[in-house]
Ligand binder design. Structure first.
Ligand code: ADP
Ligand code: ZN
Ligand code: ZN
Length: 802
């Protein structure tokens, strides 16, 4: 086997294929599929993935691989196949799909070091190479004559590890280890010599006499109530010695987790768990939809299913929406499975993410809890994949490759013959329809584990408030309920449903609204900087003093940003302590956790926030949930807006009365008669499902049809319309009679960053060759796209119709 097929890192459609390279003799023994290599490509040196190894090539004059970047493959055979499928299914390039499966650190080429992990001698050549050092550069190894197979073996038996120098500060966390430098009896002698007033030093010495072992310095400080000065004195006396040890950065302090035991399941939980465990035991793939009201104990079901999987020596992936990856959620998994759990979410630094990934690769963990991209965790023995809150749109990647984690999960489940569990109180219409048809298994939990009723929902018509002279954004009912909750010492969650509802600037004289000069959207007012900012491009400008249209000075900001709500809340209830949670207050790493902790510690009565507070929070003392503007999402140009409103209202209502105290929800709205608001207040998912399905059927939307969206953008308006028009015409020629091709229509955001945007939407039921057609048509524009800065994007499963 002397030829490698490589997918190279060149972002060009014409390069979207494998290239053959000769495997030089020294790499032959170690090179396997799934490793990254450096290869010559034209005049350049670039990286690539080895996707195949073979004896011969149909091409001659092959070049040779220059360098092998991995000693262990970074993509398993399964992931290599999966990546190929992802690329073809989402019409993306192979290289893009492969890169999406790996942590950021591996996407770039970083310097590497070899670190010796054992004191015992290494294999001869390696021992010689290290020459007494603990760390050597990878280059030194490459320049030596030591065979790669020797190194591979040493890495395999963990006597040596490879470290990536991402940025030396972030990648490595060193901890100081202290240990006795002398035998215990010598320490005892030294103790006698120490003056009586050197109390702390004596304490530390006594500690080591009792426990003559190495210990982390920070722990030693705690246990002996000492500090660095004390340790330093003992180091200088050569009674102790210290060394630095590299550790995985652990964003979650292990000791902070209280271990939990499996709870005795309720009858409904039993019934839901059974079919899952059955599939696990039978090693059979299936998709099981767990439709359970909030607080019905879905997470406990997940935990016990995973326990079964671990018992069989297999692995589990749990996906939760990014914003639900709160410490509360993570704690529940860490609490049950301890350090068997890796956690992956975007708040981790690149180095931290890489560490978590390596734990998975090295089989040091058997559970990963993470956001969307954790679906690519390189487990090789999967026993279950769980997608919590399966209705969340964050499971769809809105960037290439535009995949949906649910599809990937099912694909992996088929490969590993394991069940996929989809959990939600408000499943997507797509999933629920499949469950009804028997494509998925359905289990329903309609009771909370504590048998409490769902909190009662009161709908307040804000038009009536206005008529009766209340111009504030808080209805009388909400105000009174907040006051009485506070009197009882209970807490309140307030949701500002801000989608499409932000603070814009308008002139009261002429009605002029300040727009972004580059995008088709109103600018948003940011109080802190007194600036106007665009949410789609980075444009910003100072808040104008006068209207640019009519020069009047009555230009003001309108709408309800969280900041403004907070201010009026403070005016309304000066005694209330408010924690505001939105993108602005949670930008800093760890801020999210901190705010929640404050709320849990009752350092505030009210938690005010955007969508991010609707999910996964579980506070015993919260008895009142207020929704300030339930309908602000209803009027978005998106056929899913009713569904999303229903989901959000149900989710946020679920935050109240989760424990002993009964809960109550107040929903403020200008359209109280809307069915998604009415039915959410009755927790009537089934009725909502029927109602909404009718509408989808009438207007031909999913799940009755599939959608594909092609978006074209270019600085010239006419050009965009023309190209979109041509795409529509070409499509119409090839698709079936049943298929609808709409367009060219301006995108809901019709201009962004100075580029006009038009779209073509395809609605189809059965179009097995659609991907082929679309690809072929788009390829016809390749030349124009390259020359004229046209951008054509295809989304084969659009969720974001903007
Ligand atoms: P969901 O994920 O369905 O919203 P959770 O899993 O968060 O529900 O469960 C709600 C509450 O019920 C949690 O506080 C959890 O600890 C508790 N709980 C779950 N299962 C049981 C059980 N079998 N017995 C007692 N309490 C339970
Ligand atoms: Zn004006
Ligand atoms: Zn803009």
């Amino acid at each position: 086997m002397s030829i490698a097929s490589v997918i190279v890192d060149v972002q060009a459609k014409s390069i979207n294929q494998t290239f053959d390279y000769i495997i030089p003799e020294r790499f032959k023994e170690i090179l396997t599929m799934g490793m990254r290599v450096v290869v010559p490509f034209g005049p350049r040196k670039i990286t690539g993935f080895v996707v195949g190894i073979k004896d011969t090539s149909e091409f001659d004059k092959l070049k040779s691989i220059i360098e092998v970047l991995d000693i262990q493959p970074v993509l398993t055979k399964e992931l290599l196949e999966l990546g190929k499928w992802v690329a073809e299914d989402t019409l993306t390039m192979y290289i893009t799909a492969y890169q999406a499966m790996l942590p950021q650190v591996l996407k770039a080429q970083y310097k590497k070091e070899l670190v010796r992990n054992i004191q015992e001698p290494l294999a001869d050549e390696l021992e010689y190479l290290f020459a007494g050092r603990d760390v050597i550069s990878f280059e030194e190894f490459e320049q030596s004559q030591v065979p790669y197979s020797k190194l591979q073996k040493a890495i395999h038996d963990t006597s040596i590890s490879i470290e990536y120098l991402v940025k030396s500060k972030i990648t490595k966390k060193l901890i100081t280890i202290i240990e006795p430098n002398k035998d215990s009896y010598l320490l005892e002698e030294a103790l006698l010599d120490l003056p009586q007033n050197a109390k702390k030093q004596r304490q530390v010495l006594s500690f080591f006499i009792q426990f003559p072992e190495q210990i982390e310095q920070s722990k030693l400080f705690k246990l002996t109530n000492s500090n660095r000065t004390v340790i330093k004195a003992l180091l200088e006396k050569e009674l102790l010695k210290e060394y630095k040890k590299e550790v995985y950065r652990n964003p979650y302090d292990e000791e902070a987790f209280e271990r939990t035991e499996p709870l005795k399941l309720t009858e409904q939980q039993e019934l839901a768990l059974q079919p899952i465990v059955e599939k696990v035991n039978q090693v059979e793939h299936d998709v099981i939809l767990v439709h359970g009201v909030t607080g019905s104990g879905k997470t406990e079901i997940y935990l016990q299913a995973i326990q079964e999987v671990i018992k069989q020596g297999k692995e589990a992936i749990v996906l939760v929406p990014e914003i639900a990856l709160t410490p509360q959620m993570v704690n529940r998994f860490k609490g049950r499975f301890g350090n068997q759990v890796a956690v992956m979410h975007s708040a981790l630094s690149n180095g931290e993410k890489f560490d978590e990934w390596r734990k998975i690769q090295a089989k040091q963990v058997s559970v990963v809890v993470g956001a969307r991209s954790a679906i690519f965790a390189p487990f090789e023995n999967l026993g279950i994949i769980i997608i919590d809150e399966e209705h969340e749109t964050t499971y769809k990647q809105e960037d290439q490759p535009r995949y949906h984690a649910r599809d990937i999960a099912i694909k992996r489940g088929q490969y590993h013959n394991c069940p996929i569990v989809l959990g939600s109180a408000t499943p997507t219409l797509e999933s629920y329809a499949r469950a009804q048809k028997g494509v998925y298994k359905l289990t329903t939990l309609d009771k909370r584990t504590n048998e409490n009723a769902m909190p009662k929902v009161e709908i307040v018509d804000m038009r009536d408030e206005l008529h009766s002279g209340n111009r504030s954004m808080f209805s009388m009912a909400l105000k009174e309920s907040m006051e009485s909750a506070m009197e009882r010492g209970e807490q309140i969650v307030l949701l500002l449903n801000r989608r499409g509802y932000s603070t814009f600037v308008m002139c009261r004289e002429c009605g002029h609204v300040k727009q972004c000069p580059h995008c088709d959207i109103a600018l948003t007012y940011h109080k802190q900087s007194n600036h106007l900012k665009c949410h789609y491009c980075s444009y910003e400008e100072p808040m104008p003093m006068q209207c640019p249209e009519c020069n009047s000075d009555s230009i003001r900001y309108f709408g309800t940003g969280t900041q403004r709500v907070e201010e009026s809340l403070q005016q309304l209830m000066p005694h209330a302590r408010v924690i505001r949670m939105d993108v602005d207050t949670t930008r800093k790493k760890g801020a999210h956790e901190k705010l929640l902790k404050k709320f849990a510690n009752k350092e505030a009565e009210i938690l005010l926030g955007t969508q991010m507070i609707a999910k996964g929070l579980d506070f015993a003392n919260v008895t009142l949930v207020g929704v300030l503007t339930a309908d602000s999402m209803l009027h978005l140009p998106d056929f899913r807006s009713s569904e999303k409103t229903f989901q959000l209202l149900t989710q946020v209502s679920g935050r109240a009365g989760r424990h002993e105290l009964p809960g109550k929800v107040i929903v403020q709205t200008y359209t109280p008669e809307h069915y998604s608001i009415q039915l959410a207040s009755d927790y009537d998912f089934n009725q909502f499902f029927l109602r909404e399905m009718q509408i989808r059927k009438t207007f031909r939307y999913p799940p009755y049809v599939y959608l594909a969206l092609i978006t074209v953008s270019h600085p010239n308006h006419l050009k965009v319309v023309q190209i979109t028009q041509r795409i529509v015409q070409l499509l119409l020629k090839v698709v079936g009679d049943d298929t609808v091709v709409l367009g060219p229509t301006p995108s809901p955001i019709s201009r962004m960053k100075d580029r006009y945007r038009y779209q073509c939407m395809i609605k189809y039921k059965n179009e097995p060759n659609l991907r082929k057609y679309v690809k072929k048509i788009i390829d016809q524009f390749a030349e124009e796209v390259r020359k004229e800065d046209i951008l054509i994007t295809v989304d084969m499963q659009p969720y974001h119709l903007m």
